[in-house]
Write a protein that binds this ligand. Structure first.
Ligand code: OAD
Length: 258
């Protein structure tokens, strides 16, 4: 695997910087690759590794009906594992971009970990849900949930033992699709980080942003499924590419001639 060189990075930063100059908006989409350098396995890596099951076989409403204990246990293990990991330089650089741009910045993540929050991101849409929350199938209430979850766990809102992980499973509609995400894709710059582009609707965001006139940038270890759609590409580890990219954008935003 080769990492893009400094000249490429400089050129991409200049193109992004000129689109953001003045009042340009940036929307950034992340996938499992942003958390890989924190030690979280990516989805394609996880397939087959978890007790003979593919992720798709435990992450579905059918699986939860068929064997709720299995599904609770899968997410309990993943929730518990969050205690042993920390945000990496990529998460931190994204939080830095938000500080720079304020309301002109939106982060959409497909990840269910909380590493973006822990790095300081606030304008954040978790389209596939959050491991550290539980949802009630009776009242639809969503509550923070740090402990293990099982069929006896009681909803703090309605008191019924009908809680499930607050995770969007295969076959379910991702969150924030009605308004926030479509609005955020009407942007000046769209950057996709660490996602294979294989899962929709997120895999289609690059085309939507482009149709709205955005400059589109792929940052990924290797070309993803939708790589050919992007205007600009930087290939290599996100934790090595994002910090110098954010630093250059910060410099150009401070440069009155830039
Ligand atoms: P994938 O596992 O499909 O893709 C991760 C991408 O990150 C791959 O293209 C890797 O090359 C890239 N990658 C790995 N390490 C990286 C690094 N250090 N820096 C940059 N890129 C790196 O994960 P997602 O695209 O996030 O959905 O998967 C999308 C959705 O599919 C997930 O949210 C999940 C899954 O099924 C649901 O659970 C609904």
């Amino acid at each position: 695997m080769t990492r893009c060189d400094d000249r490429q990075l400089e050129a991409v930063a200049a193109r992004i910087g000129s689109r953001l100059a003045g009042s340009g908006r940036l929307t950034l989409l992340t996938g499992a690759g942003i958390s890989a350098e924190s030690g979280v396995p990516t989805f394609r890596d996880m397939g087959g590794l978890w007790e003979r099951y593919r992720v798709e076989e435990v992450a579905s409403p059918q699986a939860f009906r068929r064997d709720p204990q299995l599904v609770y246990r899968f997410y309990n293990l993943r929730r518990a594992a969050l205690a042993d990991i920390a945000p990496n330089a990529g998460h931190q650089a994204i939080a830095h971009l938000e500080q720079l741009l304020g309301d002109r910045f939106t982060l959409i993540t497909q990840n269910v970990d909380d590493l973006h929050e822990r790095a300081g991101s606030e304008r954040l849409l978790h389209m596939h849900g959050e491991l550290r929350k539980a949802r009630c199938t009776s009242c639809d209430g969503v509550a923070p949930w740090l402990a293990d979850l099982d069929g006896d766990s009681v909803c703090p809102a309605c008191g019924k033992a009908t809680l499930r992980p607050h995770i969007v499973w295969f076959g379910e509609v991702p969150l924030h699709m009605a308004a926030e995400i479509p609005r955020s894709l009407e942007t000046d710059v769209f950057i996709s980080v660490g996602t294979s582009g294989q899962v929709y609707p997120a895999g289609g965001f690059v085309a939507e942003a482009q149709a709205a006139g955005a400059l589109t940038v792929e940052i990924n270890l290797e070309p993803g499924e939708t790589s050919s759609l992007f205007d600009l590409k930087l290939h290599g580890p996100a934790g090595e590419i994002l910090p110098p990219l954010a630093a250059r954008l910060a410099d150009s935003s401070e440069d009155p001639t830039g």
